[in-house]
Design a binder for this molecule. Structure first.
Ligand code: HEC
Length: 120
């Protein structure tokens, strides 16, 4: 009888382990927002081009803020960049007069900052 109980314990431990792995995998597959190895070149430039550069580039960028180059974004403090895209109180909500960026785009910019604002 003792052996049977041990065997049962082992089987159920293994079963729950397998279940955990399946759960992890499905979470990964459902999460299409990849925030690993985010750089200006591979991710942020694209987000800026789609949402910000229409106002923040060229000879007379809005608010004197340039988002169309790595150097231009480099002039925006972390807290300001995150404040404007997260629509935090005290910051001008960006993009101006348009819906907030997707959670995925915001997470990517947050990750880019956390990872040290890499250029490439
Ligand atoms: C439709 C035009 C428009 C778009 C699109 C736009 N902005 Fe702006 N942005 C402005 C204007 C105008 C100002 C200056 C006035 C103000 O602060 O509201 C500004 C100001 C800013 C500032 C300075 C805010 C401060 O408090 O000093 C930052 C940073 C900024 N924008 C970032 C962005 C980012 C990042 C995006 C894209 C996610 C974006 N903007 C999209 C028009 C725009």
């Amino acid at each position: 009888m003792k052996k049977l109980i041990v065997a049962f314990a082992l089987v159920s431990a293994f079963a729950s382990c397998t279940k955990d792995n399946e759960y992890d995998l499905s979470q990964k597959n459902n999460n299409t927002c990849d925030t690993t190895a985010v750089s200006y070149a591979n991710t942020v430039a694209n987000i800026m081009a789609n949402n910000c550069n229409s106002c923040h580039s060229g000879a007379n960028p809005s608010g004197g803020v340039v988002t169309s180059t790595y150097a231009g974004i480099g002039n925006i403090y972390d807290v300001v960049l995150l404040g404007v895209i997260k629509h935090s109180s005290g910051y001008s909500p960006m993009p101006s007069n348009a819906p907030k960026l997707s959670d995925c785009d915001i997470n990517k910019i947050q990750a880019w900052i956390n990872q040290g604002r890499l250029n490439n």
